[in-house]
Design a protein around this ligand. Structure first.
Ligand SMILES: [Zn+2]
Length: 484
Protein backbone atom coordinates (compact mmCIF):
# COMPACT_ATOMS: atom_id res chain seq x y z
CA UNK A 1 0.00 0.00 0.00
CA UNK A 2 1.21 3.49 -0.81
CA UNK A 3 2.10 5.74 2.08
CA UNK A 4 -0.51 8.45 2.67
CA UNK A 5 1.95 11.18 1.67
CA UNK A 6 3.35 9.70 -1.53
CA UNK A 7 5.13 11.20 -4.51
CA UNK A 8 1.94 12.11 -6.31
CA UNK A 9 -0.15 13.22 -3.34
CA UNK A 10 -2.94 15.56 -4.58
CA UNK A 11 -1.88 15.08 -8.21
CA UNK A 12 -4.73 13.38 -10.05
CA UNK A 13 -3.53 13.15 -13.63
CA UNK A 14 -0.35 12.34 -15.51
CA UNK A 15 -0.13 15.95 -16.71
CA UNK A 16 -0.45 17.23 -13.12
CA UNK A 17 2.35 14.88 -12.05
CA UNK A 18 4.61 16.10 -14.84
CA UNK A 19 3.93 19.75 -14.12
CA UNK A 20 4.64 19.34 -10.43
CA UNK A 21 7.76 17.21 -10.66
CA UNK A 22 9.30 18.98 -13.66
CA UNK A 23 8.38 22.62 -13.06
CA UNK A 24 7.28 23.24 -9.48
CA UNK A 25 8.99 20.91 -7.05
CA UNK A 26 12.53 22.27 -7.27
CA UNK A 27 11.66 25.96 -7.41
CA UNK A 28 13.14 28.00 -4.55
CA UNK A 29 10.83 29.71 -2.08
CA UNK A 30 10.32 33.42 -1.45
CA UNK A 31 8.17 33.44 1.66
CA UNK A 32 7.18 37.09 1.51
CA UNK A 33 4.67 37.04 4.35
CA UNK A 34 5.25 35.17 7.60
CA UNK A 35 5.13 35.73 11.35
CA UNK A 36 8.29 33.82 12.17
CA UNK A 37 10.08 35.22 15.23
CA UNK A 38 13.16 37.00 13.87
CA UNK A 39 15.02 36.09 17.03
CA UNK A 40 14.71 32.36 16.34
CA UNK A 41 16.39 32.72 12.99
CA UNK A 42 19.06 35.09 14.27
CA UNK A 43 19.93 32.65 17.06
CA UNK A 44 19.74 29.59 14.76
CA UNK A 45 17.35 28.11 17.32
CA UNK A 46 17.32 24.39 17.97
CA UNK A 47 13.97 23.17 19.27
CA UNK A 48 13.81 21.11 22.44
CA UNK A 49 10.92 18.90 21.42
CA UNK A 50 8.13 18.39 18.90
CA UNK A 51 5.68 20.38 20.99
CA UNK A 52 7.91 23.45 20.92
CA UNK A 53 8.34 23.53 17.17
CA UNK A 54 4.89 22.27 16.21
CA UNK A 55 2.22 23.18 18.76
CA UNK A 56 3.36 26.35 20.49
CA UNK A 57 1.43 29.29 19.07
CA UNK A 58 -0.59 27.18 16.60
CA UNK A 59 -4.18 28.33 17.03
CA UNK A 60 -5.36 26.10 14.15
CA UNK A 61 -4.46 23.06 16.25
CA UNK A 62 -5.88 24.59 19.43
CA UNK A 63 -9.22 25.18 17.74
CA UNK A 64 -9.34 21.55 16.58
CA UNK A 65 -8.44 20.33 20.06
CA UNK A 66 -11.12 22.50 21.68
CA UNK A 67 -13.66 21.23 19.13
CA UNK A 68 -12.59 17.73 20.15
CA UNK A 69 -13.38 18.46 23.78
CA UNK A 70 -9.77 18.81 24.93
CA UNK A 71 -9.21 20.99 27.99
CA UNK A 72 -7.54 24.38 27.54
CA UNK A 73 -4.86 23.08 29.83
CA UNK A 74 -3.49 21.02 26.90
CA UNK A 75 -3.79 23.85 24.36
CA UNK A 76 -2.46 27.06 25.90
CA UNK A 77 -2.35 25.93 29.53
CA UNK A 78 0.20 24.52 31.92
CA UNK A 79 0.29 20.87 30.75
CA UNK A 80 3.76 19.61 29.90
CA UNK A 81 4.99 19.69 26.29
CA UNK A 82 4.58 15.92 26.03
CA UNK A 83 1.05 15.97 27.48
CA UNK A 84 0.11 18.65 24.95
CA UNK A 85 1.53 16.59 22.11
CA UNK A 86 -0.35 13.48 23.25
CA UNK A 87 -3.60 15.48 23.41
CA UNK A 88 -2.92 16.66 19.84
CA UNK A 89 -2.13 13.10 18.69
CA UNK A 90 -5.46 11.88 20.11
CA UNK A 91 -7.21 14.68 18.21
CA UNK A 92 -5.59 14.05 14.82
CA UNK A 93 -7.82 11.07 13.80
CA UNK A 94 -10.79 13.37 14.37
CA UNK A 95 -9.38 15.93 11.92
CA UNK A 96 -10.07 13.74 8.87
CA UNK A 97 -11.06 16.07 5.98
CA UNK A 98 -9.83 19.11 7.88
CA UNK A 99 -6.67 20.52 6.22
CA UNK A 100 -4.85 19.84 9.50
CA UNK A 101 -4.91 16.14 8.62
CA UNK A 102 -2.99 16.78 5.40
CA UNK A 103 -0.61 19.32 6.91
CA UNK A 104 0.15 17.13 9.91
CA UNK A 105 1.25 14.17 7.83
CA UNK A 106 3.01 16.23 5.20
CA UNK A 107 5.02 17.93 7.95
CA UNK A 108 5.86 14.70 9.79
CA UNK A 109 7.08 13.28 6.49
CA UNK A 110 9.13 16.25 5.30
CA UNK A 111 10.79 17.11 8.62
CA UNK A 112 11.23 13.70 10.19
CA UNK A 113 10.72 11.16 7.38
CA UNK A 114 7.81 9.73 9.39
CA UNK A 115 5.10 7.91 7.40
CA UNK A 116 2.96 6.74 10.33
CA UNK A 117 -0.53 8.13 10.65
CA UNK A 118 -0.53 10.07 13.90
CA UNK A 119 -2.91 8.77 16.57
CA UNK A 120 -2.91 7.61 20.17
CA UNK A 121 -1.11 4.36 19.29
CA UNK A 122 1.70 5.90 17.24
CA UNK A 123 2.12 9.00 19.41
CA UNK A 124 4.92 7.72 21.69
CA UNK A 125 7.04 6.50 18.83
CA UNK A 126 6.50 9.67 16.76
CA UNK A 127 7.41 11.80 19.79
CA UNK A 128 10.66 9.88 20.33
CA UNK A 129 11.76 9.79 16.69
CA UNK A 130 10.94 13.46 16.05
CA UNK A 131 12.68 14.63 19.21
CA UNK A 132 15.77 12.64 18.34
CA UNK A 133 15.87 14.31 14.92
CA UNK A 134 15.36 17.74 16.47
CA UNK A 135 18.57 17.26 18.43
CA UNK A 136 20.60 16.82 15.24
CA UNK A 137 21.90 19.76 13.19
CA UNK A 138 19.37 19.01 10.45
CA UNK A 139 16.57 20.94 12.08
CA UNK A 140 18.08 24.11 13.43
CA UNK A 141 16.21 27.10 11.99
CA UNK A 142 19.00 27.85 9.49
CA UNK A 143 19.07 24.30 8.21
CA UNK A 144 15.29 24.16 7.97
CA UNK A 145 15.36 27.12 5.58
CA UNK A 146 18.13 25.52 3.54
CA UNK A 147 16.32 22.19 3.44
CA UNK A 148 13.24 23.80 1.92
CA UNK A 149 15.25 26.00 -0.44
CA UNK A 150 13.93 29.19 1.12
CA UNK A 151 15.80 32.11 -0.40
CA UNK A 152 13.95 34.88 1.39
CA UNK A 153 11.71 35.03 4.41
CA UNK A 154 9.87 38.20 5.42
CA UNK A 155 8.83 38.59 9.03
CA UNK A 156 6.05 40.90 10.27
CA UNK A 157 7.31 43.72 12.46
CA UNK A 158 6.02 46.72 14.32
CA UNK A 159 7.70 50.08 13.58
CA UNK A 160 8.75 50.05 17.25
CA UNK A 161 10.56 46.70 16.85
CA UNK A 162 14.31 46.55 16.69
CA UNK A 163 15.83 45.27 13.44
CA UNK A 164 18.94 43.83 15.07
CA UNK A 165 18.00 40.21 14.30
CA UNK A 166 17.51 40.99 10.61
CA UNK A 167 20.86 42.79 10.46
CA UNK A 168 22.60 39.86 12.10
CA UNK A 169 21.13 37.26 9.75
CA UNK A 170 21.86 39.32 6.64
CA UNK A 171 25.43 40.06 7.69
CA UNK A 172 26.23 36.36 7.39
CA UNK A 173 26.80 34.43 4.23
CA UNK A 174 23.74 32.21 4.60
CA UNK A 175 21.76 30.81 1.70
CA UNK A 176 18.81 33.02 2.59
CA UNK A 177 17.86 36.52 3.65
CA UNK A 178 15.42 37.67 6.32
CA UNK A 179 13.71 41.00 5.73
CA UNK A 180 11.34 42.94 7.98
CA UNK A 181 7.80 43.97 6.99
CA UNK A 182 6.48 47.30 8.24
CA UNK A 183 3.16 46.70 10.04
CA UNK A 184 2.02 49.91 11.75
CA UNK A 185 -1.45 48.75 12.90
CA UNK A 186 -1.02 50.25 16.35
CA UNK A 187 -0.69 53.74 14.89
CA UNK A 188 -4.44 53.62 14.17
CA UNK A 189 -5.50 52.97 17.78
CA UNK A 190 -6.80 56.46 18.66
CA UNK A 191 -10.01 54.74 19.82
CA UNK A 192 -7.98 52.79 22.42
CA UNK A 193 -5.62 55.23 24.19
CA UNK A 194 -4.70 52.54 26.73
CA UNK A 195 -3.06 50.61 23.89
CA UNK A 196 -1.92 53.57 21.77
CA UNK A 197 0.05 55.38 24.45
CA UNK A 198 2.29 52.51 25.63
CA UNK A 199 3.06 51.83 21.97
CA UNK A 200 4.00 55.48 21.35
CA UNK A 201 6.38 55.28 24.27
CA UNK A 202 7.96 52.17 22.78
CA UNK A 203 8.28 53.80 19.37
CA UNK A 204 9.90 56.85 20.90
CA UNK A 205 12.44 54.63 22.68
CA UNK A 206 13.26 52.68 19.52
CA UNK A 207 13.80 55.62 17.21
CA UNK A 208 14.72 58.30 19.72
CA UNK A 209 12.31 60.76 18.17
CA UNK A 210 9.71 62.63 20.18
CA UNK A 211 6.23 61.50 19.08
CA UNK A 212 4.13 63.78 21.25
CA UNK A 213 2.20 65.31 18.36
CA UNK A 214 1.01 64.05 15.00
CA UNK A 215 3.62 65.88 12.91
CA UNK A 216 6.40 64.31 14.93
CA UNK A 217 4.72 60.88 14.83
CA UNK A 218 4.54 61.04 11.04
CA UNK A 219 8.19 61.99 10.95
CA UNK A 220 9.12 59.09 13.25
CA UNK A 221 7.16 56.60 11.13
CA UNK A 222 8.84 57.85 7.96
CA UNK A 223 12.20 57.49 9.69
CA UNK A 224 11.44 53.89 10.71
CA UNK A 225 10.13 53.12 7.21
CA UNK A 226 13.50 54.31 5.87
CA UNK A 227 15.33 52.12 8.39
CA UNK A 228 13.26 49.11 7.36
CA UNK A 229 14.22 49.95 3.78
CA UNK A 230 17.90 50.04 4.70
CA UNK A 231 17.45 46.61 6.31
CA UNK A 232 16.18 45.32 2.97
CA UNK A 233 12.45 45.56 3.73
CA UNK A 234 10.29 46.20 0.67
CA UNK A 235 6.84 45.35 2.04
CA UNK A 236 4.34 46.83 4.44
CA UNK A 237 1.30 45.10 5.86
CA UNK A 238 -1.97 46.15 7.46
CA UNK A 239 -4.45 43.91 9.27
CA UNK A 240 -7.84 45.63 9.03
CA UNK A 241 -11.51 44.63 9.17
CA UNK A 242 -11.97 46.73 6.00
CA UNK A 243 -10.23 49.63 4.25
CA UNK A 244 -10.50 53.19 5.54
CA UNK A 245 -11.10 55.81 2.89
CA UNK A 246 -12.69 58.90 4.48
CA UNK A 247 -9.66 60.93 5.50
CA UNK A 248 -9.91 64.15 7.49
CA UNK A 249 -7.50 67.10 7.24
CA UNK A 250 -4.12 66.97 8.98
CA UNK A 251 -5.42 69.58 11.42
CA UNK A 252 -8.39 67.40 12.41
CA UNK A 253 -6.18 64.31 12.62
CA UNK A 254 -3.82 66.23 14.91
CA UNK A 255 -6.71 67.06 17.24
CA UNK A 256 -7.93 63.47 17.34
CA UNK A 257 -4.39 62.32 18.06
CA UNK A 258 -3.89 64.94 20.81
CA UNK A 259 -7.12 63.79 22.46
CA UNK A 260 -6.01 60.16 22.41
CA UNK A 261 -2.62 61.18 23.84
CA UNK A 262 -4.56 62.77 26.70
CA UNK A 263 -6.52 59.56 27.23
CA UNK A 264 -9.73 60.57 25.45
CA UNK A 265 -10.80 57.83 23.04
CA UNK A 266 -11.82 58.76 19.51
CA UNK A 267 -15.44 58.16 18.50
CA UNK A 268 -16.09 55.63 15.70
CA UNK A 269 -16.35 58.47 13.16
CA UNK A 270 -13.16 60.11 14.41
CA UNK A 271 -11.38 56.76 14.33
CA UNK A 272 -12.46 56.18 10.73
CA UNK A 273 -11.28 59.66 9.73
CA UNK A 274 -7.95 59.31 11.53
CA UNK A 275 -7.32 55.77 10.25
CA UNK A 276 -8.08 56.94 6.71
CA UNK A 277 -5.64 59.84 7.09
CA UNK A 278 -2.92 57.48 8.33
CA UNK A 279 -3.56 54.83 5.67
CA UNK A 280 -3.20 57.48 3.01
CA UNK A 281 0.09 58.55 4.57
CA UNK A 282 1.31 54.94 4.69
CA UNK A 283 0.40 54.55 1.03
CA UNK A 284 2.60 57.53 0.20
CA UNK A 285 5.50 56.08 2.21
CA UNK A 286 5.29 52.78 0.33
CA UNK A 287 4.98 54.51 -3.02
CA UNK A 288 7.95 56.82 -2.51
CA UNK A 289 10.27 53.92 -1.62
CA UNK A 290 8.94 51.58 -4.30
CA UNK A 291 7.48 49.11 -1.81
CA UNK A 292 4.59 46.68 -1.95
CA UNK A 293 1.64 47.22 0.38
CA UNK A 294 -0.24 44.24 1.77
CA UNK A 295 -3.81 44.56 3.00
CA UNK A 296 -5.20 41.68 5.07
CA UNK A 297 -8.90 42.42 5.19
CA UNK A 298 -11.95 40.91 6.80
CA UNK A 299 -11.53 38.87 10.00
CA UNK A 300 -13.72 39.30 13.04
CA UNK A 301 -11.27 39.19 15.93
CA UNK A 302 -11.41 38.29 19.63
CA UNK A 303 -15.06 37.29 19.59
CA UNK A 304 -14.97 35.39 22.90
CA UNK A 305 -14.66 37.92 25.72
CA UNK A 306 -14.10 35.42 28.50
CA UNK A 307 -11.31 33.70 26.56
CA UNK A 308 -9.83 37.05 25.58
CA UNK A 309 -9.50 37.92 29.26
CA UNK A 310 -8.20 34.47 30.20
CA UNK A 311 -5.77 33.78 27.35
CA UNK A 312 -5.35 36.99 25.33
CA UNK A 313 -5.71 37.84 21.63
CA UNK A 314 -4.65 35.69 18.64
CA UNK A 315 -5.32 32.40 20.42
CA UNK A 316 -8.00 31.01 18.12
CA UNK A 317 -11.17 32.96 18.84
CA UNK A 318 -11.28 34.86 15.55
CA UNK A 319 -13.44 33.97 12.56
CA UNK A 320 -14.47 35.20 9.14
CA UNK A 321 -16.14 38.62 9.16
CA UNK A 322 -18.78 39.90 6.76
CA UNK A 323 -17.84 43.56 6.57
CA UNK A 324 -18.71 45.34 3.33
CA UNK A 325 -15.40 45.45 1.42
CA UNK A 326 -15.93 46.53 -2.18
CA UNK A 327 -16.63 50.26 -1.89
CA UNK A 328 -14.01 50.95 0.80
CA UNK A 329 -11.29 48.93 -0.93
CA UNK A 330 -11.88 50.65 -4.27
CA UNK A 331 -12.15 54.08 -2.61
CA UNK A 332 -8.84 53.57 -0.79
CA UNK A 333 -6.99 52.46 -3.92
CA UNK A 334 -8.65 55.30 -5.81
CA UNK A 335 -7.50 57.93 -3.29
CA UNK A 336 -3.91 56.82 -3.72
CA UNK A 337 -4.29 56.51 -7.49
CA UNK A 338 -5.71 60.02 -7.77
CA UNK A 339 -2.77 61.39 -5.78
CA UNK A 340 -0.37 59.58 -8.11
CA UNK A 341 0.87 57.49 -5.18
CA UNK A 342 -0.61 54.03 -5.56
CA UNK A 343 2.11 51.50 -4.65
CA UNK A 344 2.16 47.88 -5.73
CA UNK A 345 -0.53 46.31 -3.56
CA UNK A 346 -1.55 42.78 -2.52
CA UNK A 347 -5.06 42.33 -1.11
CA UNK A 348 -5.77 39.20 0.92
CA UNK A 349 -9.38 38.18 1.41
CA UNK A 350 -10.75 36.44 4.47
CA UNK A 351 -14.32 35.76 3.32
CA UNK A 352 -14.81 33.35 0.40
CA UNK A 353 -18.04 35.13 -0.52
CA UNK A 354 -15.88 38.14 -1.41
CA UNK A 355 -13.42 36.38 -3.72
CA UNK A 356 -14.95 37.89 -6.85
CA UNK A 357 -15.21 41.28 -5.16
CA UNK A 358 -11.46 41.30 -4.53
CA UNK A 359 -10.48 39.73 -7.84
CA UNK A 360 -12.45 42.31 -9.81
CA UNK A 361 -11.49 45.30 -7.62
CA UNK A 362 -7.79 44.78 -8.39
CA UNK A 363 -8.51 45.00 -12.10
CA UNK A 364 -9.59 48.64 -11.74
CA UNK A 365 -6.13 49.86 -10.77
CA UNK A 366 -3.64 47.98 -12.94
CA UNK A 367 -1.16 49.98 -14.97
CA UNK A 368 2.04 49.78 -16.95
CA UNK A 369 4.29 50.32 -13.92
CA UNK A 370 4.54 46.56 -13.41
CA UNK A 371 2.57 43.57 -14.66
CA UNK A 372 0.04 42.50 -12.05
CA UNK A 373 0.62 45.68 -10.04
CA UNK A 374 -2.42 45.05 -7.86
CA UNK A 375 -2.49 41.42 -6.70
CA UNK A 376 -5.22 39.21 -5.29
CA UNK A 377 -3.23 37.43 -2.55
CA UNK A 378 -3.17 33.68 -2.00
CA UNK A 379 -5.87 31.92 0.04
CA UNK A 380 -5.51 33.30 3.54
CA UNK A 381 -6.17 31.99 7.07
CA UNK A 382 -9.39 29.94 6.94
CA UNK A 383 -9.01 29.82 3.15
CA UNK A 384 -5.44 28.50 3.28
CA UNK A 385 -6.59 24.97 2.33
CA UNK A 386 -7.22 22.95 -0.82
CA UNK A 387 -10.70 24.26 -1.56
CA UNK A 388 -9.75 27.84 -0.59
CA UNK A 389 -6.57 27.76 -2.67
CA UNK A 390 -8.44 26.33 -5.66
CA UNK A 391 -11.15 28.93 -5.29
CA UNK A 392 -8.66 31.82 -5.18
CA UNK A 393 -6.86 30.41 -8.24
CA UNK A 394 -10.11 29.87 -10.15
CA UNK A 395 -11.55 33.29 -9.37
CA UNK A 396 -8.27 35.00 -10.20
CA UNK A 397 -8.14 33.04 -13.47
CA UNK A 398 -11.66 34.13 -14.38
CA UNK A 399 -11.38 37.79 -13.42
CA UNK A 400 -7.67 38.54 -13.91
CA UNK A 401 -4.36 37.02 -15.00
CA UNK A 402 -3.33 33.91 -13.11
CA UNK A 403 -0.06 34.00 -15.04
CA UNK A 404 0.96 37.21 -13.21
CA UNK A 405 0.13 35.90 -9.73
CA UNK A 406 3.02 36.10 -7.25
CA UNK A 407 2.03 32.95 -5.41
CA UNK A 408 1.97 31.45 -1.98
CA UNK A 409 3.06 32.55 1.51
CA UNK A 410 3.14 30.53 4.73
CA UNK A 411 1.73 33.40 6.86
CA UNK A 412 2.90 31.24 9.74
CA UNK A 413 4.44 31.54 13.17
CA UNK A 414 5.96 28.06 12.88
CA UNK A 415 9.16 26.78 11.29
CA UNK A 416 7.18 23.61 10.48
CA UNK A 417 5.03 25.40 7.89
CA UNK A 418 7.29 25.49 4.83
CA UNK A 419 5.56 22.45 3.24
CA UNK A 420 2.58 24.77 2.71
CA UNK A 421 4.40 25.90 -0.42
CA UNK A 422 4.60 22.29 -1.59
CA UNK A 423 0.91 21.86 -0.79
CA UNK A 424 0.01 24.96 -2.81
CA UNK A 425 2.19 23.86 -5.73
CA UNK A 426 0.55 20.46 -5.83
CA UNK A 427 -2.92 22.02 -5.83
CA UNK A 428 -1.87 24.48 -8.57
CA UNK A 429 -0.34 21.77 -10.77
CA UNK A 430 -3.33 19.53 -10.20
CA UNK A 431 -5.74 22.22 -11.43
CA UNK A 432 -3.66 23.03 -14.48
CA UNK A 433 -2.80 19.42 -15.31
CA UNK A 434 -6.42 18.34 -15.10
CA UNK A 435 -7.39 21.19 -17.45
CA UNK A 436 -4.74 19.95 -19.89
CA UNK A 437 -6.06 16.40 -19.72
CA UNK A 438 -9.59 17.62 -20.39
CA UNK A 439 -8.44 19.71 -23.33
CA UNK A 440 -9.42 22.97 -21.63
CA UNK A 441 -5.81 24.11 -21.71
CA UNK A 442 -3.45 23.24 -24.60
CA UNK A 443 -1.55 20.03 -24.07
CA UNK A 444 1.65 22.08 -24.22
CA UNK A 445 3.82 21.28 -21.25
CA UNK A 446 6.38 24.01 -21.96
CA UNK A 447 3.67 26.69 -22.10
CA UNK A 448 1.89 25.64 -18.90
CA UNK A 449 5.13 24.66 -17.16
CA UNK A 450 6.53 28.15 -17.69
CA UNK A 451 3.46 29.60 -16.00
CA UNK A 452 3.90 27.20 -13.09
CA UNK A 453 7.48 28.40 -12.67
CA UNK A 454 6.38 32.01 -12.74
CA UNK A 455 3.71 31.50 -10.08
CA UNK A 456 5.98 29.43 -7.82
CA UNK A 457 8.99 31.75 -7.85
CA UNK A 458 9.79 34.09 -10.72
CA UNK A 459 6.81 36.45 -10.39
CA UNK A 460 7.48 37.05 -6.68
CA UNK A 461 11.18 37.60 -7.41
CA UNK A 462 10.50 40.13 -10.16
CA UNK A 463 7.55 41.88 -8.53
CA UNK A 464 8.76 42.36 -4.96
CA UNK A 465 12.30 43.53 -5.70
CA UNK A 466 13.72 41.85 -2.58
CA UNK A 467 17.45 41.30 -2.64
CA UNK A 468 18.12 37.60 -3.09
CA UNK A 469 21.27 36.01 -1.71
CA UNK A 470 24.04 35.07 -4.08
CA UNK A 471 23.27 31.72 -5.66
CA UNK A 472 24.13 29.48 -2.73
CA UNK A 473 23.02 25.94 -3.35
CA UNK A 474 21.94 24.21 -0.18
CA UNK A 475 24.50 21.78 1.22
CA UNK A 476 23.64 18.22 0.19
CA UNK A 477 23.44 17.07 3.76
CA UNK A 478 20.67 19.54 4.48
CA UNK A 479 18.41 18.51 1.62
CA UNK A 480 15.59 16.19 2.53
CA UNK A 481 15.73 12.79 0.88
CA UNK A 482 12.86 12.45 -1.56
CA UNK A 483 10.95 9.44 -0.29
CA UNK A 484 8.13 8.07 -2.32
ZN1 LIG B 1 -0.13 37.36 8.45
Amino acid sequence: MLNFIHNNFLLHSAAAERLYHRYAESQPIIDYHSHLPAKDLAGNRRFGNLSEIWLDGDHYKWRAMRANGVSENFCTGVASPKEKFLAWARTVPHTLRNPLYHWTHLELKRYFGIDDLLNQQTAESVWDRANQRLQSDDLTTHNILCRFCVRVVCTTDDPADSLEHHMLVNSQNLGFRMFPTFRPDKALLVDQPDRLNPWLKQLQTTCNIDVSDLTRLLHALDHRHQQFHEAGGRLSDHGLPHCYANPCSEKQASEIFANARAGRAASPDEHEAFASFMMLYFGHLDFKRGWTKQLHLGPLRSTNTRKLHEIGPDTGFDSIGDFPQAAALCAYLDLLESEGALPRTIVYNNNPADNYVFATAIGNFQDEAVAGKIQFGSGWWFLDQKEGIESQLNVLSNAGLLSRFIGMVTDSRSFMSFPRHEYFRRVLCNLLGNDMERGELPNDEALIGAMVQRICFQNARDYLGLELPQEAPCPDSAVAPLNS
